[in-house]
Design a protein around this ligand. Structure first.
Ligand SMILES: CC(C)(COP(=O)(O)OP(=O)(O)OC[C@H]1O[C@@H](n2cnc3c(N)ncnc32)[C@H](O)[C@@H]1OP(=O)(O)O)[C@@H](O)C(=O)NCCC(=O)NCCS
Length: 149
């Protein structure tokens, strides 16, 4: 496994990171969504201020991962870790930063007594399924269902 670049640092998310996350998302998706990210970041900070993490290189935020612990949802009694949105600036991929963010989140989840981590992914997105498979995710018995309206 390659080492995280020496100037990289992983630390808990802060509300001052919103602008950096907006910039990373804009680089990934091509659209500028400051209101959406302010709402998402504040939501995750309120729920669990130490679960979500960012990666900095030379003091600049180049990656983020939003996560929290949920219990009692969908009839699941045990507290479970949930991984939501994440992104690494395209210029900083392939340096193990995604894995480092996930390792920091996993350490936090363990400290909260969590014994499994879940996420939802579009199976057609091979980049996301490839990354999630590499960091250890496997298909779950829980199935996502929907009805178009
Ligand atoms: C997926 C993503 C997070 C990977 O970040 P990264 O920092 O480059 O990943 P890492 O270097 O930590 O790689 C960790 C492992 O995942 C694998 N991996 C990473 N990207 C992969 C891909 N596109 N396909 C297959 N495997 C991949 C790596 O090979 C590595 O595996 P290994 O340790 O067994 O060699 C990054 O490409 C990304 O942000 N993609 C876009 C996410 C997105 O669309 N977000 C929604 C908008 S915010």
């Amino acid at each position: 496994m390659p080492e995280v670049t020496s100037s990289a640092k992983v630390r808990p998310l802060d509300e001052l990171d919103i602008a950096g996350i907006v910039r990373i998302d804009e680089r990934i998706t091509g659209s500028y969504k400051p209101d959406l990210w302010e709402q998402r970041v504040m939501y995750y900070l309120r729920r669990d201020p130490l679960a979500s993490q960012v990666a900095e290189v030379d003091g600049k935020v180049v990656g983020f991962m939003l996560a929290d612990v949920r219990a009692g949802e969908f009839g699941l009694e045990e507290p479970g870790g949930w991984l939501e949105r994440f992104g690494i600036d395209p210029d900083f991929r392939g340096r193990d930063l995604g894995r480092a963010l996930f390792d920091a989140i996993t350490a936090h989840f363990r400290s909260r007594g969590v014994t499994s981590i879940s996420t939802l992914v579009d199976q057609n997105d091979k980049s996301l399924t490839g990354f999630l498979g590499s960091i250890g995710f496997r298909p779950s018995a829980l199935q996502a269902l929907e009805i178009p309206l």
